[in-house]
Design a protein around this ligand. Structure first.
Ligand SMILES: Cc1cc2nc3c(=O)[nH]c(=O)nc-3n(C[C@H](O)[C@H](O)[C@H](O)COP(=O)(O)OP(=O)(O)OC[C@H]3O[C@@H](n4cnc5c(N)ncnc54)[C@H](O)[C@@H]3O)c2cc1C
Length: 392
């Protein structure tokens, strides 16, 4: 069953041309885009995916993925451990003063770089007959119950569009998405380091004035150092090097790590204007997945699992349309919105609350004290920001 139509159409200049109408066009080939492409292709749905960058590429991300995605990835034929992913089962949390707590994670996760993960998913998508085109989407128009997607070098036509363009894209301006108009103070910074001793089963989260920094191992034994910082805290240091040297090191755990480790990247990667605002999961008939539908605070370590899970949800609704369980587009959209809210609304809210506590020095110290005394409380907190294992 291949759901694509080839039609002949005359444009204004009366030149006859053949154009393919894809069933689904996916904008953005990060986790949400690639996973939905693989899922849909597995159901013989004709998919085209547009990604503006080439693979592989490093991205600002803590690279700790919650184990909740493992059964689903397995059902798609993706095994991250074959690519060296590290099994992570413990969390170490520290306050700016150096006070720490260390505990087992209820479900745990794995460490793998986006360089490797996105590449392996892109390979899988290609093997599953997904067409991947490296081009930047500039605009999307919906007319006569179909989409016309304008990329830099071509036009694409599709019955459905999944917007998986990540947390912030130039495209969001053309699509007049509300959140893009508001400035945000958050900056994300990442690099990989080589260090002598690091427990590969551990993810560390260290609090500092104006932000927090994660450390965990990826597939090649390098350590991912990734932090989120408020621009007010960052501003006076003027550069990443200075902030690393004088800002991060106020936390003694980060000081120890940075003095014993060597950066592998020539330059740290950084992104600004990270928005945690609410976004609609459907707008102008585009179905949004991953960060394009909402970003959870990174300290929860659940953004990637949410991107993967939302890709599953959106794919299932589209499949239901083609197998006639949904009679029309509106019923696909409504059902996807309901599912999205059901799975993610509360998690985003808890993420906001935990982040605001962690960024207040007195409150975060009290929180660490409380959590040190009760592993049950920590488990409950983690549960509120994570999902249950996702099955096919
Ligand atoms: C500082 C920080 C640390 C984090 N740490 C973690 C962590 O440890 N664990 C975790 O689970 N989550 C973490 N996250 C969140 C996680 O990175 C995201 O939730 C995840 O990357 C979302 O995947 P995505 O597919 O939605 O977006 P992305 O991976 O960003 O993919 C979007 C893709 O769309 C492409 N694109 C954009 N615009 C266009 C266009 N116009 N045309 C074509 N292509 C386009 C981009 O090139 C990109 O490849 C962190 C986030 C931040 C900011």
């Amino acid at each position: 069953m291949v759901y694509s139509k080839k039609i002949t159409k005359c444009d204004n200049s009366s030149i006859s041309e053949q154009k393919i109408i894809y069933s689904v066009c996916i904008i953005g080939g990060g986790l949400a885009g690639l996973i939905s492409a693989i899922h849909l292709a597995k159901h013989d749905i004709k998919v085209v995916l547009l990604e503006k960058h080439q693979y592989p590429r490093h991205k600002v991300c803590g690279e700790y993925v919650s184990n909740e995605v493992l059964p689903y990835l397995d059902s798609l034929g993706v095994n991250v451990f074959e690519h060296g992913a590290k099994n992570i089962s413990k969390l170490k949390l520290s306050h700016q003063s150096g006070k720490t707590l260390e505990q087992q994670l209820p479900l745990g996760g794995f460490g793998i770089s986006r360089f490797t993960l996105d590449q392996l998913l892109a390979d899988k998508a290609l093997k599953s007959n997904v067409e991947i085109i490296h081009d930047e989407v500039l605009d999307v128009a919906f007319q006569n119950d179909a989409f016309q997607i304008t990329a830099k070098t071509q036009q694409i036509y599709a019955d459905f569009v999944i917007g998986a363009q990540g947390k912030r894209s130039g495209l969001d301006k053309s699509l007049d998405r509300h959140f893009i108009k508001q400035k945000t103070p958050w900056i994300g910074i990442k690099a990989h380091y080589k260090t002598k001793e690091f427990d590969e089963n551990l993810v560390e989260l260290h609090n500092f004035q104006g932000g927090y920094c994660g450390l965990s191992m990826v597939e090649n034994g390098n350590i991912n150092l990734c932090y989120l910082v408020h621009q007010k805290a960052f501003k006076s240091y003027k550069s990443i090097e200075k902030f690393n040297k004088f800002g991060l090191t106020k936390n003694p755990h980060l000081k120890r790590f940075l003095t014993q480790s060597e950066p592998v990247f020539e330059k740290h990667l950084s992104i600004s204007q990270i928005s945690f605002q609410n976004k609609p999961s459907v707008k102008d008939h585009i179905l949004y997945a991953g960060d394009a539908a909402g970003l959870i605070h990174p300290l929860c370590g659940n953004g990637m699992a949410m991107a993967i899970h939302s890709a599953k949800l959106v794919s299932e609704e589209i499949i239901k349309y083609y197998n006639k369980t949904h009679q029309d587009r509106i019923s696909v959209e409504k059902s996807y919105q309901r599912e999205w809210q059901k799975h993610f609304k509360k998690r985003l809210l808890y993420g906001k609350v935990i982040q605001s506590i962690l960024l207040k020095p007195n409150l975060s110290s009290t929180l660490i004290n409380l959590l040190s005394g009760s592993s049950l409380l920590l488990k409950q907190l983690i549960k509120q920001t994570h999902g249950k294992p996702i099955h096919a």
